[in-house]
Ligand binder design. Structure first.
Ligand SMILES: Cc1cc2nc3c(=O)[nH]c(=O)nc-3n(C[C@H](O)[C@H](O)[C@H](O)COP(=O)(O)OP(=O)(O)OC[C@H]3O[C@@H](n4cnc5c(N)ncnc54)[C@H](O)[C@@H]3O)c2cc1C
Length: 431
Protein backbone atom coordinates (compact mmCIF):
# COMPACT_ATOMS: atom_id res chain seq x y z
CA UNK A 1 0.00 0.00 0.00
CA UNK A 2 1.38 3.41 -1.00
CA UNK A 3 1.99 5.83 1.88
CA UNK A 4 1.28 9.53 1.39
CA UNK A 5 2.37 12.57 3.36
CA UNK A 6 -1.07 14.15 2.98
CA UNK A 7 -4.45 12.53 2.37
CA UNK A 8 -6.96 15.14 1.23
CA UNK A 9 -10.61 14.08 1.24
CA UNK A 10 -12.67 16.24 -1.15
CA UNK A 11 -11.56 17.81 -4.44
CA UNK A 12 -13.67 20.95 -4.37
CA UNK A 13 -11.90 24.32 -4.44
CA UNK A 14 -10.41 23.86 -0.94
CA UNK A 15 -9.05 20.33 -1.40
CA UNK A 16 -7.75 20.80 -4.94
CA UNK A 17 -6.01 24.08 -4.14
CA UNK A 18 -4.37 22.63 -1.01
CA UNK A 19 -3.28 19.58 -3.03
CA UNK A 20 -1.77 21.79 -5.71
CA UNK A 21 0.14 23.98 -3.25
CA UNK A 22 1.54 21.01 -1.34
CA UNK A 23 2.37 18.88 -4.39
CA UNK A 24 4.13 21.79 -6.05
CA UNK A 25 6.57 21.81 -3.13
CA UNK A 26 7.22 18.10 -3.43
CA UNK A 27 4.79 16.79 -0.80
CA UNK A 28 3.38 13.37 -1.70
CA UNK A 29 -0.35 14.05 -1.83
CA UNK A 30 -3.41 11.87 -2.47
CA UNK A 31 -6.61 13.76 -3.33
CA UNK A 32 -9.97 11.94 -3.22
CA UNK A 33 -13.39 12.81 -4.55
CA UNK A 34 -16.45 10.63 -4.90
CA UNK A 35 -18.81 12.93 -6.80
CA UNK A 36 -20.51 11.10 -9.70
CA UNK A 37 -19.58 12.26 -13.17
CA UNK A 38 -21.52 15.21 -14.53
CA UNK A 39 -23.07 16.04 -11.16
CA UNK A 40 -22.03 19.59 -10.32
CA UNK A 41 -21.73 20.84 -6.76
CA UNK A 42 -24.86 22.91 -6.04
CA UNK A 43 -23.55 26.45 -6.17
CA UNK A 44 -24.15 29.88 -7.69
CA UNK A 45 -20.54 29.78 -8.84
CA UNK A 46 -19.84 33.47 -8.17
CA UNK A 47 -16.23 34.24 -7.34
CA UNK A 48 -15.54 37.70 -5.92
CA UNK A 49 -13.13 40.28 -7.28
CA UNK A 50 -11.12 39.85 -4.08
CA UNK A 51 -10.58 36.17 -4.92
CA UNK A 52 -9.71 36.92 -8.55
CA UNK A 53 -7.12 39.44 -7.41
CA UNK A 54 -5.60 37.03 -4.91
CA UNK A 55 -5.44 34.15 -7.42
CA UNK A 56 -5.50 35.60 -10.97
CA UNK A 57 -5.06 32.12 -12.47
CA UNK A 58 -8.75 31.50 -11.63
CA UNK A 59 -9.55 33.64 -14.67
CA UNK A 60 -8.16 30.84 -16.84
CA UNK A 61 -11.05 28.58 -15.83
CA UNK A 62 -13.94 28.65 -18.28
CA UNK A 63 -16.50 31.15 -17.00
CA UNK A 64 -17.63 34.70 -17.49
CA UNK A 65 -16.76 37.96 -15.78
CA UNK A 66 -19.45 40.36 -14.66
CA UNK A 67 -19.05 44.09 -14.20
CA UNK A 68 -22.70 45.06 -13.84
CA UNK A 69 -25.20 43.91 -11.29
CA UNK A 70 -28.87 44.59 -10.70
CA UNK A 71 -29.98 44.57 -7.10
CA UNK A 72 -33.57 44.67 -5.90
CA UNK A 73 -34.84 45.68 -2.49
CA UNK A 74 -37.56 43.51 -0.87
CA UNK A 75 -40.22 45.91 -2.18
CA UNK A 76 -38.80 45.66 -5.70
CA UNK A 77 -36.78 48.90 -5.93
CA UNK A 78 -34.02 48.47 -8.47
CA UNK A 79 -30.39 49.52 -8.15
CA UNK A 80 -27.98 49.24 -11.03
CA UNK A 81 -24.39 48.74 -9.88
CA UNK A 82 -21.52 49.32 -12.26
CA UNK A 83 -18.76 47.39 -10.53
CA UNK A 84 -15.29 48.89 -10.46
CA UNK A 85 -13.88 45.40 -10.14
CA UNK A 86 -15.62 42.56 -11.96
CA UNK A 87 -16.40 39.22 -10.37
CA UNK A 88 -16.66 35.91 -12.19
CA UNK A 89 -19.35 33.27 -12.53
CA UNK A 90 -18.40 29.66 -13.22
CA UNK A 91 -20.16 26.42 -13.78
CA UNK A 92 -18.90 24.32 -10.89
CA UNK A 93 -18.04 21.45 -13.20
CA UNK A 94 -15.70 23.74 -15.13
CA UNK A 95 -14.28 25.44 -12.03
CA UNK A 96 -13.71 22.26 -10.03
CA UNK A 97 -12.19 20.39 -13.00
CA UNK A 98 -9.83 23.28 -13.64
CA UNK A 99 -8.56 23.32 -10.04
CA UNK A 100 -8.34 19.53 -9.88
CA UNK A 101 -6.32 19.41 -13.10
CA UNK A 102 -3.89 21.95 -11.65
CA UNK A 103 -3.47 19.75 -8.57
CA UNK A 104 -2.80 16.74 -10.79
CA UNK A 105 -0.31 18.66 -12.95
CA UNK A 106 1.50 19.80 -9.79
CA UNK A 107 2.00 16.12 -8.93
CA UNK A 108 -0.92 15.19 -6.65
CA UNK A 109 -2.43 11.75 -7.21
CA UNK A 110 -6.14 12.16 -7.81
CA UNK A 111 -8.42 9.26 -6.89
CA UNK A 112 -12.06 8.99 -7.88
CA UNK A 113 -13.08 7.51 -4.57
CA UNK A 114 -15.72 8.22 -1.97
CA UNK A 115 -14.07 7.79 1.41
CA UNK A 116 -16.15 5.99 3.98
CA UNK A 117 -16.62 7.95 7.22
CA UNK A 118 -16.31 4.73 9.19
CA UNK A 119 -13.27 3.75 7.16
CA UNK A 120 -11.17 6.65 8.50
CA UNK A 121 -8.87 5.22 11.17
CA UNK A 122 -6.00 6.70 13.13
CA UNK A 123 -2.90 4.48 13.16
CA UNK A 124 0.55 4.69 14.72
CA UNK A 125 1.91 6.29 11.52
CA UNK A 126 -1.00 8.56 10.76
CA UNK A 127 -4.21 7.49 9.07
CA UNK A 128 -5.83 4.78 6.98
CA UNK A 129 -8.68 5.65 4.64
CA UNK A 130 -11.06 3.15 3.10
CA UNK A 131 -13.23 3.67 0.07
CA UNK A 132 -16.99 3.21 0.31
CA UNK A 133 -17.52 -0.30 -1.02
CA UNK A 134 -18.78 -0.68 -4.57
CA UNK A 135 -18.08 2.90 -5.66
CA UNK A 136 -17.33 3.23 -9.36
CA UNK A 137 -14.87 5.52 -11.05
CA UNK A 138 -16.53 8.48 -12.74
CA UNK A 139 -15.10 9.06 -16.21
CA UNK A 140 -14.40 12.76 -15.58
CA UNK A 141 -12.06 11.72 -12.81
CA UNK A 142 -10.20 9.28 -15.05
CA UNK A 143 -6.57 8.96 -14.04
CA UNK A 144 -3.72 10.67 -15.82
CA UNK A 145 -1.22 7.93 -16.66
CA UNK A 146 1.66 10.00 -15.26
CA UNK A 147 0.43 10.34 -11.73
CA UNK A 148 -1.68 7.31 -10.88
CA UNK A 149 -0.43 3.80 -10.48
CA UNK A 150 -2.74 1.08 -11.84
CA UNK A 151 -2.87 -0.41 -8.37
CA UNK A 152 -4.04 2.87 -6.89
CA UNK A 153 -6.73 3.58 -9.47
CA UNK A 154 -7.94 1.14 -12.10
CA UNK A 155 -8.65 2.90 -15.37
CA UNK A 156 -12.47 2.87 -15.31
CA UNK A 157 -15.37 0.86 -14.01
CA UNK A 158 -15.91 -0.57 -10.56
CA UNK A 159 -12.93 -0.80 -8.26
CA UNK A 160 -12.47 -3.75 -5.90
CA UNK A 161 -14.52 -3.00 -2.81
CA UNK A 162 -12.73 -1.46 0.14
CA UNK A 163 -9.54 -0.01 -1.41
CA UNK A 164 -7.32 1.56 1.26
CA UNK A 165 -4.75 4.33 1.47
CA UNK A 166 -2.45 5.42 4.27
CA UNK A 167 -0.89 8.77 5.07
CA UNK A 168 0.47 11.05 7.75
CA UNK A 169 -1.74 14.11 7.56
CA UNK A 170 -5.51 13.93 7.09
CA UNK A 171 -7.15 16.96 5.50
CA UNK A 172 -10.94 17.19 5.50
CA UNK A 173 -12.04 19.29 2.53
CA UNK A 174 -15.19 17.25 2.05
CA UNK A 175 -17.75 20.04 2.18
CA UNK A 176 -20.72 20.81 4.42
CA UNK A 177 -21.56 17.25 5.44
CA UNK A 178 -17.90 16.45 6.12
CA UNK A 179 -17.33 13.04 7.71
CA UNK A 180 -13.83 14.12 8.68
CA UNK A 181 -15.19 17.17 10.53
CA UNK A 182 -17.88 15.10 12.24
CA UNK A 183 -15.25 12.77 13.58
CA UNK A 184 -12.61 15.31 14.58
CA UNK A 185 -14.39 18.58 15.37
CA UNK A 186 -17.92 17.35 16.08
CA UNK A 187 -21.06 17.75 13.97
CA UNK A 188 -22.62 21.15 13.30
CA UNK A 189 -26.28 21.39 14.38
CA UNK A 190 -28.85 22.15 11.64
CA UNK A 191 -29.36 25.60 13.18
CA UNK A 192 -25.81 26.42 12.07
CA UNK A 193 -26.57 25.76 8.43
CA UNK A 194 -28.01 27.91 5.71
CA UNK A 195 -30.20 26.39 3.06
CA UNK A 196 -29.80 27.13 -0.62
CA UNK A 197 -31.75 25.70 -3.50
CA UNK A 198 -32.44 26.64 -7.05
CA UNK A 199 -32.76 25.72 -10.70
CA UNK A 200 -30.43 25.59 -13.65
CA UNK A 201 -32.44 27.02 -16.53
CA UNK A 202 -31.86 28.03 -20.16
CA UNK A 203 -30.53 31.45 -21.07
CA UNK A 204 -33.24 33.81 -22.34
CA UNK A 205 -33.40 34.38 -26.08
CA UNK A 206 -32.73 38.12 -25.72
CA UNK A 207 -29.07 39.11 -25.86
CA UNK A 208 -29.21 40.69 -22.40
CA UNK A 209 -29.00 38.36 -19.43
CA UNK A 210 -28.27 40.55 -16.43
CA UNK A 211 -26.84 39.26 -13.18
CA UNK A 212 -29.40 39.88 -10.45
CA UNK A 213 -29.51 39.76 -6.66
CA UNK A 214 -32.94 40.40 -5.13
CA UNK A 215 -33.59 40.54 -1.40
CA UNK A 216 -36.70 38.54 -0.60
CA UNK A 217 -39.99 40.24 0.21
CA UNK A 218 -41.00 39.11 3.69
CA UNK A 219 -38.25 36.49 4.10
CA UNK A 220 -34.69 36.31 5.33
CA UNK A 221 -32.30 35.85 2.45
CA UNK A 222 -32.01 36.65 -1.23
CA UNK A 223 -32.63 35.27 -4.68
CA UNK A 224 -30.05 35.31 -7.45
CA UNK A 225 -29.89 34.97 -11.21
CA UNK A 226 -26.33 34.19 -12.30
CA UNK A 227 -26.08 33.72 -16.07
CA UNK A 228 -23.30 31.36 -17.08
CA UNK A 229 -22.00 30.56 -20.55
CA UNK A 230 -24.70 28.04 -21.41
CA UNK A 231 -27.41 28.40 -18.74
CA UNK A 232 -28.57 30.49 -15.79
CA UNK A 233 -28.30 29.47 -12.18
CA UNK A 234 -31.30 30.74 -10.23
CA UNK A 235 -31.45 30.25 -6.50
CA UNK A 236 -32.48 31.33 -3.05
CA UNK A 237 -30.30 31.30 0.05
CA UNK A 238 -31.90 31.57 3.46
CA UNK A 239 -31.37 30.39 7.03
CA UNK A 240 -32.38 26.92 8.18
CA UNK A 241 -34.73 28.55 10.71
CA UNK A 242 -36.53 30.57 8.03
CA UNK A 243 -36.65 27.76 5.49
CA UNK A 244 -40.08 26.61 4.38
CA UNK A 245 -39.99 24.70 1.18
CA UNK A 246 -43.34 25.48 -0.46
CA UNK A 247 -43.58 29.26 -0.08
CA UNK A 248 -39.91 29.76 -0.88
CA UNK A 249 -40.12 27.57 -3.96
CA UNK A 250 -43.10 29.63 -5.10
CA UNK A 251 -41.14 32.81 -4.47
CA UNK A 252 -38.27 31.49 -6.58
CA UNK A 253 -40.65 30.62 -9.43
CA UNK A 254 -42.08 34.16 -9.22
CA UNK A 255 -38.54 35.49 -9.38
CA UNK A 256 -37.66 33.35 -12.40
CA UNK A 257 -40.88 34.32 -14.17
CA UNK A 258 -40.13 37.98 -13.45
CA UNK A 259 -36.62 37.59 -14.81
CA UNK A 260 -37.76 36.16 -18.18
CA UNK A 261 -40.72 38.54 -18.29
CA UNK A 262 -38.36 41.49 -18.03
CA UNK A 263 -36.28 40.15 -20.92
CA UNK A 264 -39.39 40.33 -23.12
CA UNK A 265 -40.74 43.57 -21.69
CA UNK A 266 -38.21 45.93 -20.07
CA UNK A 267 -41.03 47.84 -18.35
CA UNK A 268 -42.31 44.75 -16.54
CA UNK A 269 -41.61 44.49 -12.82
CA UNK A 270 -39.58 41.74 -11.25
CA UNK A 271 -41.93 40.32 -8.62
CA UNK A 272 -45.31 41.17 -10.07
CA UNK A 273 -46.81 43.62 -12.49
CA UNK A 274 -50.17 45.25 -12.24
CA UNK A 275 -50.62 44.42 -15.89
CA UNK A 276 -49.56 40.81 -16.01
CA UNK A 277 -49.76 39.20 -19.40
CA UNK A 278 -51.09 35.86 -18.18
CA UNK A 279 -50.59 34.09 -21.47
CA UNK A 280 -46.97 35.13 -21.61
CA UNK A 281 -46.39 34.08 -17.99
CA UNK A 282 -48.02 30.73 -18.65
CA UNK A 283 -45.82 30.18 -21.70
CA UNK A 284 -42.66 31.01 -19.72
CA UNK A 285 -43.75 28.80 -16.83
CA UNK A 286 -44.45 25.84 -19.12
CA UNK A 287 -41.06 26.19 -20.80
CA UNK A 288 -39.33 26.36 -17.42
CA UNK A 289 -41.24 23.36 -16.10
CA UNK A 290 -39.74 21.18 -18.83
CA UNK A 291 -36.22 22.59 -18.82
CA UNK A 292 -35.24 23.73 -15.32
CA UNK A 293 -33.18 21.30 -13.22
CA UNK A 294 -33.55 21.62 -9.47
CA UNK A 295 -30.69 21.54 -7.00
CA UNK A 296 -30.41 22.08 -3.26
CA UNK A 297 -27.69 21.99 -0.64
CA UNK A 298 -26.60 23.39 2.68
CA UNK A 299 -24.02 26.04 3.42
CA UNK A 300 -22.41 26.39 6.85
CA UNK A 301 -23.69 29.40 8.79
CA UNK A 302 -21.94 29.30 12.14
CA UNK A 303 -23.25 31.18 15.17
CA UNK A 304 -20.96 33.85 16.50
CA UNK A 305 -20.02 31.87 19.65
CA UNK A 306 -19.11 28.79 17.62
CA UNK A 307 -16.30 30.72 15.93
CA UNK A 308 -14.57 30.90 19.33
CA UNK A 309 -15.11 27.30 20.37
CA UNK A 310 -14.71 25.26 17.19
CA UNK A 311 -11.19 24.13 16.33
CA UNK A 312 -10.36 23.13 12.80
CA UNK A 313 -7.01 21.44 13.26
CA UNK A 314 -5.18 19.19 15.65
CA UNK A 315 -2.30 16.75 15.73
CA UNK A 316 -2.23 15.16 12.26
CA UNK A 317 -5.45 16.65 10.90
CA UNK A 318 -6.98 19.85 9.51
CA UNK A 319 -10.26 21.00 8.02
CA UNK A 320 -10.65 23.40 5.10
CA UNK A 321 -13.46 25.34 3.43
CA UNK A 322 -17.05 24.27 4.10
CA UNK A 323 -15.86 21.30 6.16
CA UNK A 324 -14.35 23.82 8.60
CA UNK A 325 -17.53 25.95 8.53
CA UNK A 326 -15.88 28.75 6.53
CA UNK A 327 -18.68 30.52 4.68
CA UNK A 328 -20.07 33.99 5.05
CA UNK A 329 -23.18 33.62 7.26
CA UNK A 330 -24.89 36.61 5.59
CA UNK A 331 -24.31 35.87 1.92
CA UNK A 332 -23.36 32.17 1.87
CA UNK A 333 -20.19 33.00 -0.07
CA UNK A 334 -17.69 30.22 0.56
CA UNK A 335 -15.35 29.85 -2.41
CA UNK A 336 -12.99 32.61 -1.30
CA UNK A 337 -12.72 31.09 2.19
CA UNK A 338 -12.23 27.60 0.76
CA UNK A 339 -9.26 28.82 -1.27
CA UNK A 340 -7.82 31.06 1.42
CA UNK A 341 -8.05 28.35 4.10
CA UNK A 342 -6.27 25.96 1.71
CA UNK A 343 -3.51 28.49 1.24
CA UNK A 344 -3.11 29.24 4.96
CA UNK A 345 -3.05 25.54 5.79
CA UNK A 346 -0.52 24.75 3.02
CA UNK A 347 1.78 27.56 4.15
CA UNK A 348 1.69 26.32 7.76
CA UNK A 349 2.23 22.69 6.71
CA UNK A 350 5.16 23.53 4.42
CA UNK A 351 7.11 25.23 7.19
CA UNK A 352 6.36 22.26 9.43
CA UNK A 353 4.09 24.13 11.82
CA UNK A 354 0.69 22.79 10.71
CA UNK A 355 -0.93 23.71 14.01
CA UNK A 356 -0.29 27.42 13.31
CA UNK A 357 -3.08 27.14 10.76
CA UNK A 358 -5.61 27.65 13.58
CA UNK A 359 -4.21 31.00 14.57
CA UNK A 360 -3.64 32.10 11.00
CA UNK A 361 -7.21 31.63 9.73
CA UNK A 362 -8.59 33.36 12.83
CA UNK A 363 -6.35 36.33 12.23
CA UNK A 364 -6.89 36.39 8.47
CA UNK A 365 -10.67 36.11 8.06
CA UNK A 366 -12.04 34.61 11.31
CA UNK A 367 -12.87 37.95 12.90
CA UNK A 368 -14.81 39.05 9.86
CA UNK A 369 -16.84 35.86 9.61
CA UNK A 370 -17.66 36.07 13.32
CA UNK A 371 -18.79 39.67 12.79
CA UNK A 372 -20.91 38.52 9.87
CA UNK A 373 -22.64 36.01 12.19
CA UNK A 374 -23.41 38.83 14.59
CA UNK A 375 -24.63 40.99 11.70
CA UNK A 376 -26.91 38.31 10.22
CA UNK A 377 -29.99 39.18 12.22
CA UNK A 378 -29.50 42.89 11.75
CA UNK A 379 -28.79 42.55 8.02
CA UNK A 380 -32.14 40.88 7.51
CA UNK A 381 -33.82 42.72 10.37
CA UNK A 382 -35.50 46.11 10.52
CA UNK A 383 -33.87 49.51 10.33
CA UNK A 384 -35.84 52.75 10.61
CA UNK A 385 -39.15 50.98 10.17
CA UNK A 386 -38.23 48.89 7.12
CA UNK A 387 -35.93 45.94 6.38
CA UNK A 388 -32.26 46.98 6.51
CA UNK A 389 -31.81 45.61 2.97
CA UNK A 390 -34.67 47.90 1.80
CA UNK A 391 -32.98 50.92 3.38
CA UNK A 392 -29.57 49.96 2.03
CA UNK A 393 -30.82 49.83 -1.58
CA UNK A 394 -32.95 52.93 -1.08
CA UNK A 395 -30.02 54.96 0.28
CA UNK A 396 -27.62 53.62 -2.34
CA UNK A 397 -30.00 54.74 -5.11
CA UNK A 398 -29.63 58.30 -3.91
CA UNK A 399 -26.09 58.34 -2.63
CA UNK A 400 -22.94 57.59 -4.56
CA UNK A 401 -20.82 56.91 -1.45
CA UNK A 402 -23.23 54.28 -0.14
CA UNK A 403 -23.45 52.77 -3.60
CA UNK A 404 -19.67 52.45 -3.66
CA UNK A 405 -19.61 50.70 -0.25
CA UNK A 406 -22.26 48.29 -1.54
CA UNK A 407 -20.16 47.67 -4.67
CA UNK A 408 -17.15 46.92 -2.43
CA UNK A 409 -19.28 44.52 -0.39
CA UNK A 410 -20.21 42.63 -3.57
CA UNK A 411 -16.56 42.64 -4.67
CA UNK A 412 -15.61 41.02 -1.37
CA UNK A 413 -13.39 44.00 -0.54
CA UNK A 414 -15.65 45.42 2.18
CA UNK A 415 -15.67 43.34 5.35
CA UNK A 416 -18.34 43.43 8.03
CA UNK A 417 -16.01 44.56 10.80
CA UNK A 418 -16.15 48.20 9.71
CA UNK A 419 -19.24 48.08 7.46
CA UNK A 420 -21.46 50.17 9.74
CA UNK A 421 -18.76 52.80 10.22
CA UNK A 422 -18.12 52.98 6.46
CA UNK A 423 -21.84 53.31 5.64
CA UNK A 424 -22.33 56.01 8.27
CA UNK A 425 -19.26 57.90 7.08
CA UNK A 426 -20.38 57.69 3.45
CA UNK A 427 -23.87 58.86 4.37
CA UNK A 428 -22.43 61.97 6.03
CA UNK A 429 -20.42 62.91 2.95
CA UNK A 430 -22.19 65.04 0.33
CA UNK A 431 -23.82 63.09 -2.50
C1 LIG B 1 -26.84 26.60 -3.67
C2 LIG B 1 -25.53 27.17 -3.26
C3 LIG B 1 -25.05 28.31 -3.89
C4 LIG B 1 -23.80 28.83 -3.55
N1 LIG B 1 -23.33 29.90 -4.24
C5 LIG B 1 -22.09 30.38 -3.96
C6 LIG B 1 -21.53 31.43 -4.74
O1 LIG B 1 -22.14 31.91 -5.70
N2 LIG B 1 -20.29 31.87 -4.43
C7 LIG B 1 -19.57 31.34 -3.37
O2 LIG B 1 -18.45 31.81 -3.10
N3 LIG B 1 -20.06 30.33 -2.65
C8 LIG B 1 -21.29 29.82 -2.93
N4 LIG B 1 -21.76 28.75 -2.22
C9 LIG B 1 -20.90 28.11 -1.21
C10 LIG B 1 -19.81 27.28 -1.92
O3 LIG B 1 -20.44 26.37 -2.81
C11 LIG B 1 -18.96 26.52 -0.93
O4 LIG B 1 -18.61 27.36 0.14
C12 LIG B 1 -17.67 25.98 -1.57
O5 LIG B 1 -17.98 25.07 -2.59
C13 LIG B 1 -16.80 25.30 -0.54
O6 LIG B 1 -15.74 24.63 -1.16
P1 LIG B 1 -15.12 23.32 -0.50
O7 LIG B 1 -14.00 22.90 -1.38
O8 LIG B 1 -14.85 23.56 0.94
O9 LIG B 1 -16.29 22.25 -0.53
P2 LIG B 1 -17.09 21.63 -1.78
O10 LIG B 1 -17.06 22.53 -2.92
O11 LIG B 1 -18.39 21.19 -1.21
O12 LIG B 1 -16.22 20.36 -2.16
C14 LIG B 1 -16.21 19.23 -1.34
C15 LIG B 1 -15.87 18.03 -2.20
O13 LIG B 1 -15.73 16.90 -1.35
C16 LIG B 1 -16.28 15.77 -1.99
N5 LIG B 1 -16.62 14.80 -0.96
C17 LIG B 1 -17.53 14.92 0.03
N6 LIG B 1 -17.54 13.82 0.80
C18 LIG B 1 -16.60 13.00 0.29
C19 LIG B 1 -16.13 11.71 0.65
N7 LIG B 1 -16.64 11.03 1.69
N8 LIG B 1 -15.16 11.14 -0.09
C20 LIG B 1 -14.63 11.79 -1.16
N9 LIG B 1 -15.04 13.01 -1.54
C21 LIG B 1 -16.00 13.61 -0.82
C22 LIG B 1 -17.48 16.31 -2.75
O14 LIG B 1 -17.81 15.47 -3.83
C23 LIG B 1 -16.97 17.68 -3.20
O15 LIG B 1 -16.45 17.67 -4.50
C24 LIG B 1 -23.02 28.22 -2.53
C25 LIG B 1 -23.49 27.08 -1.88
C26 LIG B 1 -24.74 26.55 -2.25
C27 LIG B 1 -25.23 25.31 -1.56
Amino acid sequence: MEHFEALIVGAGPAGSFAAELLAREGVKVALFDGRPEGEPKACGGAVTAKALKAWPHLLNAVGRTVDELEMYSPSGKRLHLQLEEPFAIYSRIAFDSYLRDRARTAGAEVFAAKISGRGIKRTQNGWTLREVAGASVPAGMAPQPRSCTPRALPARGPRAAGAEWTGQMLVGADGTGSSVARMLAGPLPPSEMEVAFGYRAPLPKSRESPTVIAFLPGWIGYAWAFPRLDHISFGIATTQEAFEHQPLDKLLWDFMLGYYRQREDPKARLWASRKVDRQRDERIREKLATTAERYAARIPGLNDKTWDTRHVCGEGWALLGDAAGFADPVTGEGIYYALRSAELFAESFLVETPLDYEERWREDFGRDLKRASQMRRRFYGNFWGAPFTERMIEFARGHRGIKRVLGDLVAGEQGYVDLKKKLARSALRPV
